[in-house]
Design a protein around this ligand. Structure first.
Ligand code: FES
Length: 242
């Protein structure tokens, strides 16, 4: 009887395994709702010299009737959506398949991983890496521009926020599993390529903390946009240090 009970329960785990997927669900949902609202809002994204990362590069297009953020965010959005870490996170928290390690997903059926449509599209991750890399170049340009006020050097809270945002997104990209593979994945003999080996070791170090960079950069990119929005809408004033 005891064995039958075990067979029907989802798990033998007695710890609070459901906390992590629940927190992930709440955080990712909040990010998607906020970002969608900001894309639709289509204003308050420029408070000179600060530009929101959701609208960078600045596109002034007469022929495009919708929010220009749509033309930009497919790249970093696709990069996040197909990220190895986020896949695990939202497979667990949104579709509970499975909800956690050693917890049954409750649906009998054949497991085919990401070998069929639509999940096979997750393999596009490397290409989103390239596209998001282009956007990242513009974010660094914006970060440097955020230190120029009326053609003079200056520092405001926004300057620091934009710089932090670009730095965190860079760390998120540099710690990417695909990038690690690009750097050293195809090498059989590291001693023949000492430079790539050195880079691979550095990227491997970043990669160990990929989850941390994923969350930290996600939160900061939202807060950066929020800061620019508050300044642009006049809700707050930027504080200048220099
Ligand atoms: S694996 Fe997460 S960004 Fe590439």
């Amino acid at each position: 009887m005891a064995q039958a009970g075990v067979q029907h329960s989802m798990t033998l785990r007695t710890d609070a395994w459901w906390v992590a997927p629940l927190v992930t669900f709440v955080m990712l949902s909040a990010f998607v709702v906020y970002t969608t609202w900001r894309i639709i809002e289509n204003q308050y994204y420029l408070a000179e010299p600060y530009l929101s990362p959701l609208y960078s590069p600045l596109l002034l297009l007469d022929w495009w009737p919708l929010s220009p953020a749509i033309l930009i965010l497919w790249a970093p959005g696709g990069f996040r959506l197909t990220c190895y870490y986020y896949r695990k996170a939202y497979y667990r928290s949104f579709v509970l398949s499975p909800p956690a390690c050693a917890v049954d997903r409750g649906k009998p059926g054949e497991y085919c991983g990401e070998t069929r449509f639509p999940l096979i599209l997750q393999n596009l991750h490397r290409y989103f890496f390239y596209a998001a890399g282009v956007v990242l170049v513009f974010l660094w340009y914006d970060a440097f521009k955020a230190f120029v006020f009326d053609e003079k050097f200056g520092v405001g809270v926004g300057s620091i926020v934009l710089l932090l945002n670009a730095a965190l997104l860079t760390m998120y990209s540099l710690s990417c599993h695909s990038f690690r593979h690009m750097i050293g994945g195809k090498l059989n003999v590291f001693s023949k390529c000492p430079t790539r080996f050195m880079l691979w070791k550095a990227v491997s170090g970043f990669n160990e903390h990929h989850m941390f960079w994923a969350w930290f950069s996600l939160i900061v990119v939202s807060l950066t946009d929020l800061y620019v929005r508050l300044v642009a809408s006049g809700a707050i004033q930027d504080v200048r240090f220099i």
